[in-house]
Write a protein that binds this ligand. Structure first.
Ligand SMILES: Cc1cc2nc3c(=O)[nH]c(=O)nc-3n(C[C@H](O)[C@H](O)[C@H](O)COP(=O)(O)OP(=O)(O)OC[C@H]3O[C@@H](n4cnc5c(N)ncnc54)[C@H](O)[C@@H]3O)c2cc1C
Length: 473
């Protein structure tokens, strides 16, 4: 059967570039085109992966040999109510599109990722968390309703009340039950365009964990950068960033930062050097094995930052540090990178995270970036959150096949350590886990429920990704 839809052959990879493959890609602009694409591929017995901005590090939005529906062209913020802070968005609207609209009215998204490129549908499908997960929950907690186009072509309007099962499974369900075509989201009131920020030095892992624990009842945002090259008594040292919102009237000058243009991260370093030129320098640091030195220098800079804290910083500058260097992930070319992010219950965090760092150091897979966050459980079916900590680690992947396989093996071993401790994983950041781990992450009853929902809403298994096949969903 021939198709009139404009599917294009492309190489579709995860953000980390280490996994993915060729696929036929379509970029619909309307819900009708999404429905047409579903019907077209179903008629031909193929599979479709839904895709947003492709910011998932691994294979959550890739479909090697199949079709990919890239929703980034359906990207409008359709409505924003300045009285309530409720936004209505299309699936491909990004975190940036949302805050640019909301900040002008004194609102900011409740939950944002470390990059503003993420789409609303991608955020909902993965139920993303921010640096305030321990306090405000996940992205799903700010979703009031969504419209979901099911693979059979039915458009379902869903709220927590109308269909609690579908609501809590489609959010977190990594694009397996249908295509989000519209979402209603609650944003939060802010009284300044800036945050009060502290840099706080943590001498080792336990100090880091303790600081976060002590501050979490009063701080609005907490996130710790880790120097994962440090060893011995300094193992797990880093710089914790705390940020608090300002009270009404506390920062009159900060009101001018309601101008969206003042929230964007600058495109030039020192106003001169285009940031697009920075990744080659970082590539040199990785390939000339200077990452340990860069981490050391960053830690020293953190000690100076502590002395000058607190200071005021725009919301955008605080949240989207990773956007300061466009295409920074290219520094790991040609092998790319994976991110490994275990979520470990509070009581086990110190022991398990320490072991992970030591093992990665011993095997020579030292992450060039480590980030520690505090989380809390949430009601979504395929949730990654636990009452505890996560440690996100970016690890460069070698082109050498043996070394790459070794990395996958070490991460799977560490995965078992995390699962034995009652921990979880997050599929936006995974490329390595085996099917056997999937049931251990969520428990058999949750996985059975998810499979039953998949059978109900997508009986032909039209929606598939490399990740869903890896887990046998
Ligand atoms: C630099 C960087 C920093 C990050 N920081 C954080 C962070 O702080 N916190 C965090 O939680 N995550 C973080 N992430 C991960 C990111 O938030 C998630 O991977 C998110 O899902 C990416 O959204 P996306 O639009 O790129 O979607 P994609 O990665 O393209 O897809 C993600 C999932 O959404 C599904 N999907 C896409 N569109 C639809 C649709 N219309 N309907 C249904 N399902 C759909 C896909 O099938 C896939 O399963 C970060 C990623 C990067 C690259």
């Amino acid at each position: 059967m021939t198709t009139t839809l404009g599917w294009r052959d492309e190489d579709v990879r995860g953000f980390g570039m280490a996994v993915g493959g060729p696929a036929k890609v379509l970029r619909p602009t309307t819900v009708e085109q999404v429905a047409e694409a579903f019907a077209d591929v179903r008629a031909r017995g193929g599979t479709i992966a839904l895709r947003g901005a492709g910011c998932s590090y691994g294979d959550a939005a890739t479909n090697a040999g199949g079709h990919v529906l890239d929703c980034t062209q359906m990207n409008s913020v359709l409505d924003f109510d300045p009285a309530t802070g409720i936004a209505v968005v299309e699936p491909g609207a990004t975190v940036r599109d949302l805050w640019r609209r909301s900040i002008a009215h004194g609102f900011w998204p409740k939950v944002v990722s470390g990059t503003m490129s993420v789409t609303m549908a991608g955020a909902a499908a993965m139920n993303i968390h921010g640096k305030n997960n321990y306090a405000l929950g996940t992205f799903g907690d700010c979703v009031s309703w969504f419209d979901l186009l099911t693979p059979r072509g039915e458009l379902v309007h869903c709220t927590r009340e109308s269909d609690p099962e579908l609501f809590h499974a489609a959010i977190s369900g990594f694009g397996m039950l249908g295509c989000f075509t519209k979402l209603g989201l609650q944003t939060k009131r802010v009284h300044s365009g800036r945050l009060r920020v502290w840099g706080i030095v943590a001498d080792d892992l336990d100090h880091n964990l303790r600081l976060i624990e002590e501050l979490r009842s009063e701080a609005d945002y907490l996130v710790s950068w880790l120097d994962l090259h440090a060893q011995g008594v300094a193992l797990g040292r880093g710089l914790l960033h705390r940020a608090d919102q300002l009270r009404p009237g506390e920062d009159p000058e900060g009101l001018c930062f309601f101008d969206p243009n003042l929230q964007d991260v600058p495109t030039k370093l020192f106003g001169l050097v285009p940031k697009g030129w920075l990744w080659p320098g970082m590539w040199c640091a990785v390939h000339l094995k200077q990452v340990a030195f860069v981490n050391w220098a960053k830690f020293r800079a953190g000690c100076r930052e502590q002395k000058h804290s607190p200071y005021l910083q725009s919301h955008g500058a605080f949240h989207f540090l990773l956007d300061y260097v466009p295409n920074w992930q290219w520094m790991t070319k040609p092998g790319g990178l994976i991110q490994f992010q275990p979520f470990v219950p509070f009581a086990e965090a110190s022991r398990v995270l320490r072991k992970i760092i030591e093992r990665l150091q011993a095997t020579g897979f030292v992450p060039y970036l480590g980030v520690l966050k505090r989380h809390r459980p949430d009601p979504f079916l395929m949730t990654h959150a636990v009452d505890g900590f996560s440690m996100a680690m970016d690890i460069a992947v070698s082109r050498n096949k043996h070394r790459r396989e070794q990395l996958w093996k070490v991460c799977r071993e560490l995965g078992d350590l995390v699962l034995d401790a009652g921990g979880r994983f997050y599929y936006a950041k995974d490329a390595v886990l085996l099917q056997s781990s999937f049931a251990r992450v969520h428990g058999e009853p949750a996985v059975a429920k998810f499979r039953a929902l998949k059978q109900r809403w997508d009986p032909d298994r039209l929606l598939q990704t490399d990740l869903s096949r890896r887990f046998g969903v």
